[in-house]
Design a protein around this ligand. Structure first.
Ligand code: PEP
Length: 256
């Protein structure tokens, strides 16, 4: 067994409906029961669009699948139209929230500092942040992969105290691999994961060993086994393949 529990987290993005969600959630629950007993050794979560948090809470409350949001406001509350606060996520018993997804960084101009603030709010509320980092193709070609992910991660680490390190999840998501069908090779991904862990270790070497670092970017059942076999790849943040129970369950099976 690996040193850290694997986490397979689905990012539904802006997909789903009450009807299709109900089918997917029911298939996931029965599918997980049919996986081997070691399914209990894997953390599983779905991060859903905010309007469906109530549905997911009701559907999953007696299951082993956790749920969460795809973003949160850095503000506690007030005149911030369209935003949702950590206390609202708490109302729906969210265990996780994604922050700093590249689609938020690109389409909503989220800065490293804002992502750090959001991470802090989540930790204060006892919700596990899934902090996304990753380089664009241009940055990779320019040899800037490590510099980019270090900048993104260190912005978050700079607002945390060392003890909080064990309470975050990091997701390495090369932007060029998200939704493109192109996956980083296991070796490429492992290299960045090991680098990210070395950055975490600068803060606290012992706690850095406990942090789950997920890979995200076109992970599918057929490439998951090789990716998840890598020493520092502790799970996946899954976009497209989280929308089909057969694919999501296949990735969970690869993790156990
Ligand atoms: C994501 O958006 O977090 C992601 C990894 O997407 P996909 O699996 O579709 O590449």
């Amino acid at each position: 067994m690996k040193q850290r529990r694997p986490l397979i987290a689905g990012n539904w993005k802006m997909n789903g409906s009450l009807v299709t969600n109900a089918v997917l959630l029911s298939e996931l629950q029965s599918g997980i029961k049919n996986l081997s007993a070691s399914a209990a050794d894997c953390d599983v979560a779905v991060c859903v669009p905010a309007p469906y948090l109530a549905q997911v809470q009701v559907a999953l409350q007696t299951s082993s699948i956790a749920w969460g949001a795809q973003d949160v406001s850095a503000q506690a509350g007030g005149a911030y139209t369209g935003e949702m606060s950590v206390s609202m996520l708490k109302d729906f018993s969210c265990a996780y929230a994604i922050v700093g997804h590249s689609e938020r960084r690109v389409y909503h101009a989220e800065s490293d500092a804002l992502v750090a603030e959001k991470t802090l709010r989540l930790l204060e509320a006892g919700i596990t942040p899934i902090v996304c980092v990753g380089e664009t193709l241009q940055e990779r070609k320019a040899g800037l992969t490590e510099a980019t992910v270090a900048r993104q991660l260190n912005a978050v680490l700079s607002v945390l105290d060392a003890a909080a390190l064990a309470k975050i999840v990091v997701a390495y998501e090369p932007v060029w691999a998200i939704g493109t069908g192109i996956t980083a090779t296991p070796e490429m991904a492992q290299q960045v994961h090991a680098f990210l862990r070395s950055q975490l270790a600068l803060m606290n070497a012992e706690l850095a060993e406990q942090v789950q670092i997920l890979y995200g970017g076109s992970m599918k059942p057929d490439n998951a086994v090789a990716l998840l076999a890598m020493k520092d790849i502790d799970g996946g943040l899954i976009g497209g393949a989280a929308l089909k129970s057969i694919d999501f369950l296949g990735i969970i099976a690869a993790a156990i």
